[in-house]
Design a protein around this ligand. Structure first.
Ligand SMILES: [Zn+2]
Length: 88
């Protein structure tokens, strides 16, 4: 049994990728820069509800192919205002 293996997992790992935003991400943006990435290469950004549009437009403005998926497979039907900072 290793203590390290239990410490390696952060509870708040699904954080929005927008600089300075520490909200839980609800969306996963998978994108690719055709100029530097191979055809099968994908980068992933995480976005909260508030910044999904910002990040998507950032990529769309550069003509990067992108795909928006929910972070979880389960449907997200909780309102963002129901947040209860339990992590710490
Ligand atoms: Zn955010």
């Amino acid at each position: 049994m290793s203590l390290l293996s239990s410490l390696g997992r952060e509870p708040g790992a699904q954080e929005c990728s927008r600089a300075g935003c520490r909200a839980d991400a609800a969306w996963r943006i998978q994108w690719r820069n055709p100029r530097i990435h191979a055809e099968d290469r994908r980068k992933t950004w995480l976005a909260c509800d508030e910044h999904l549009e910002y990040l998507r437009e950032f990529l769309a403005a550069r003509d990067f192919p992108l795909e928006v998926l929910p972070v979880d497979e389960s449907p997200v039907d909780e309102l963002p205002s129901a947040e209860s900072g339990v992590t710490w």
